[in-house]
Design a protein around this ligand. Structure first.
Ligand code: 5AD
Ligand code: SF4
Length: 465
């Protein structure tokens, strides 16, 4: 298990290590754990940290959640359905507890950090043993120790924005690793709850990031993905400002074969970053650039701080500098006040830009955000019709854009056997697109060369070369 060697404060980490050791000696500690993860890559990476902390306590990971006697839900609250799904599953676990009275249930992540949620948990979900917010993740050993020694629920939400360092990590894959470069967001897009639940922007010290990358390189990692809500503002808050482009340049000098990052805000996408990517050896030709809407009026109401034209200009610049770059986006439909014309503007932007993939969402009001109190709610039927139209258009266009890969050589980092056949493997190509090719278990975790032969359900098919 790797460890990043710095702390919020050295004292704090010592304190948590003390609780980790205490738990490892407790007779009533659970034998096995299972982490259920909802939401984004940031959450997936937080779950790897939870797994690391639990392993240090001498608790093993169960393969199925039904078999574990400690289940922890790492939740998301970006849209209402993410929250509903988590709460539904947590309630279902109460039934499992009837069969296994030893079962301990914890809930953490963004949902707990939502205004009013801690109180709700205490009142309506009393069977939950432990709940803590994203800013308390590094204190998990102490909170868990308290839970194991008490019959009451422990609910802890602190507002303190921290940059946790020094947490043990058990990564889900050996060849691929997430590295958080910054926490939080300052943008306050009017629909988004992230700044409320993940706090203000805090960048990790570049030295710590490089150290983490170096240790991953020595352990044989093939690809790293740098994570932040808005990586383009990385380093602006540091005592000695250090740009994201500079960080990428440093990382590119190491021999890590593949480097990706997400997410970027169009307003902060600098020419320096584009030029750095173009001149790099290891940064992959892929970019996730959420547009959210193609209408200037809606972009303004969303507080996105760029216009349709400015977005298109950034894409042009990216494509000029990095020909053939894989481009993906996020789009919201049904934002308050979205007229037919606004929606058509989104459709025409999609048609004009031609994304390789688009994550599409129906606007979901989030308590406390500016948009939640805006007039002009779009009725669910209209929103649903709009998203279906958008998905259909994107699917049609995607078939066309993907054709540019046919006949080309690609390199894929094999993730596993393909779902369709044991004689095929799948993984991500250089441009961030899923590729399936002939292969077997020996290929998993390795970079393999192939030639793209066709397209099946948004996945490229390839032959070995
Ligand atoms: N409703 C719908 N989609 C949202 N997103 C963020 N907040 C909301 C919301 N309230 C989408 C945005 C963002 C992605 C991660 O989730 O498109 O880029
Ligand atoms: Fe949310 Fe906007 Fe920040 Fe992205 S940039 S996390 S959408 S507030």
């Amino acid at each position: 298990m790797e460890r990043i060697n710095q702390t919020v404060t050295a004292e704090e980490i010592k304190r948590q290590q003390f609780f980790t050791e205490e738990i490892s000696r407790l007779p009533q500690k659970p034998e096995s754990f299972f982490v259920v993860t909802y939401g984004c890559q940031m959450n997936a990476h937080d779950s790897e940290k939870l797994a690391g902390m639990l392993a240090e306590m001498g608790i093993r990971e169960a393969t199925r959640r039904e078999d574990a006697d400690f289940v922890i839900f790492n939740t998301c609250c970006i849209r209402e359905n993410a929250e509903r799904k988590a709460l539904g599953n947590i309630t279902w676990l109460r039934e499992i507890r009837k069969k296994n009275p030893r079962l301990i249930i914890a809930v953490c992540g963004c949902m707990i950090q939502e205004p009013g949620m801690a109180e709700k948990i205490l009142k309506q979900y009393r069977f939950i043993n432990l709940a803590f917010g994203t800013s308390n993740l590094h204190k998990f050993p102490e909170l868990f120790y308290r839970t194991l020694n008490s019959n009451c629920s422990t609910v802890v939400v602190e507002d303190r924005d921290v940059v946790p360092e020094g947490l043990p990590i058990i990564r889900a894959r050996k060849e691929f690793a997430y590295i958080t470069v910054m926490y939080g967001c300052n943008n306050f897009c009017s629909y988004c709850i992230v700044p409320f639940v993940r706090g203000r922007e805090r960048s990790r010290n570049p030295g710590m990031i490089l150290k983490e990358a170096e240790s991953l390189l020595h352990s044989g990692v093939q690809e790293i993905m740098l994570l932040g809500q808005n990586v383009n503002s990385y380093g602006k808050d540091l005592e000695k400002p250090f740009s994201f482009a500079s960080l990428l340049k440093e990382l590119d000098r190491m021999e890590i074969p593949r480097i990706r990052f997400m997410t970027s805000h169009p307003k902060d996408l600098s020419d320096e970053l584009i030029e750095t990517m173009a001149g790099s050896t290891h940064i992959l030709p892929q970019f996730h650039l959420p547009v959210q809407s193609g209408s200037d009026a809606i972009l303004k109401k969303m507080n996105r701080k760029y216009t349709r034209m400015q977005y298109i200009d950034r894409v042009r610049k990216l494509r000029e500098a990095i020909p053939g770059i894989g481009l993906s986006t996020d789009i919201i439909v049904g934002f308050p006040g979205e007229t037919e014309d606004d929606f058509e503007a989104t459709m025409s932007l999609v048609e004009q830009v031609r994304f390789d993939s688009a994550f599409t969402f129906i606007y979901s009001p989030r308590v406390g955000t500016a948009a939640a109190s805006m007039d002009g709610r779009i009725d669910p039927l209209t929103a649903s019709e709009r998203i279906q139209k958008l998905i259909l258009l994107q699917e049609q266009l995607q078939k066309e854009t993907m054709k540019r890969f046919i006949g080309q050589r690609e390199e894929i980092l094999v993730e596993g056997l393909s779902r369709r056949s044991d004689l095929e493997v799948s993984g991500k190509g250089l441009h961030g697109i899923s590729v399936t090719m002939p292969g077997n278990e020996d290929d998993i975790g390795k970079i393999r060369s192939c030639r793209i032969t066709g397209l099946k359900n948004n996945t490229l098919t390839a032959e070995k070369v």
